[in-house]
Design a protein around this ligand. Structure first.
Ligand code: UDP
Length: 333
């Protein structure tokens, strides 16, 4: 009889769940590994609808989110709640993804308990600690604690080598969100639009998502005003914006964009429907990290409304264009 090793995934945000999904399901088929999931609850509203569409059921559930809490308060709740889960589960390995507070907290606790950490999406860097914030700081710290680093690209591997991470602990595996999107796209590409999408006929449309913490406040207002001008100047296009539930952005976006006829503000979509919308969009305007990886796989161009990006491969390939957050809409003419 083989010993069954417990692999504990710790995550709590929508993109983490989407990106661990192919690894989790693959490990389900292994005879001597038992994948388990701790959902920290960092994105309750966004993550719950995704669990069903990705066919994942958490084994452990935390409750760390409170309205209006600071990053420090979130970290404090993670540090209070996560160690008990580790004690209950007794994992052999902890698997984390990306650069969230949940990932960093799990890495620190696993390290303190002497557990090896595997990090998916390792090595992404802007080397600007303010952008994306706090993700750049979190991922740099995670790399110092990780045993096995799974990089999406050679460039990410080079970043880790420069940081003197041991070469034989770094593996270039490709991007799990690309695996995921190709799988979903094959399944749904010929299906009709979901009925909940507010589409009038077959007009071309821009798909928009906005949520970055470092853009909240003045940059987000500049982005929203630019979008409003753009939508007014392009009445032949629709603009579809699934609103991130974070009240820090959603109230302002509703106020500024809610009355423009060709802009539709909708609730966040389950992943398969969102993939379908991305695939058929004329272009995507976003500050999301994950969408910068997914859209090029669907051949949909992306305007990135951020000042920096760690997905420089997409810029070099011509699929992404970095537009910044100032109101300089050169791409809108
Ligand atoms: N996404 C989704 N439904 C939506 C909007 C986004 O399933 O209505 C997915 C998207 O395909 C990508 C992920 O959510 O996989 C991106 O999440 P987000 O932009 O919140 O986070 P980031 O990638 O910036 O960390």
């Amino acid at each position: 009889m083989h010993k069954v090793h417990k692999a504990l995934f710790c995550c709590g945000s929508r993109p983490e769940l989407i990106k661990i999904s192919p690894v989790y399901h693959h490990l389900k088929t292994a005879v001597n590994i038992s994948p388990l999931l701790c959902n920290t609850g960092q994105h309750t509203d966004l993550l719950t609808p995704q669990l069903e569409s990705l066919n994942i059921k958490p084994d452990y559930q935390l409750d760390v989110m409170r309205e209006g809490q600071s990053l420090d308060q979130l970290m404090e709740r993670l540090f209070i709640q996560l160690p008990g889960i580790f004690d209950q589960c007794q994992p052999d390995i902890v698997i984390i993804q990306g650069d969230t507070a949940s990932a960093l907290a799990a890495a620190i606790i696993a390290h303190k308990k002497g557990l090896p950490i595997a990090h998916i999406e390792a090595g992404l860097r802007t080397y600007d600690r303010t952008s994306p914030f706090p993700e750049e700081i979190y991922r740099q710290n995670i790399s110092t604690l990780t045993r096995w680093h799974f990089c999406p690209t050679e460039k990410a591997r080079q970043n880790l080598l420069r940081e003197e991470i041991q070469e034989d602990r770094i593996f270039v595996t490709g991007n799990t969100s690309v695996d995921m999107i190709m799988k979903i796209h094959r399944k749904i590409k010929n299906k009709p639009y979901a009925t909940l999408l507010p589409r009038k006929g077959d007009r071309p449309y821009f798909l928009i998502t906005l949520h970055r913490r470092e853009s909240q406040g003045a940059p987000m207002i500049r982005i929203a005003n630019s979008l409003l001008d753009f939508a007014k100047s392009k009445p032949e296009f629709d603009f579809i914006l699934p609103l991130h539930p974070n009240p820090a952005t959603s109230h302002m976006i509703r106020d500024l964009l809610g009355n423009q006829e060709n802009i539709s503000l909708i609730t966040p979509l389950p992943y398969p429907q969102f993939v379908q919308l991305m695939a058929k969009a004329y272009a995507i305007i976003t500050d999301s990290g994950g969408i910068q990886e997914e859209a090029p796989s669907l051949n949909t161009p992306v305007i990135v409304v951020r000042n920096t990006t760690e997905r420089t491969e997409g810029i070099e390939s011509g699929c992404l264009r970095l537009a910044g957050t100032d109101k300089t809409p050169y791409y809108m003419n």
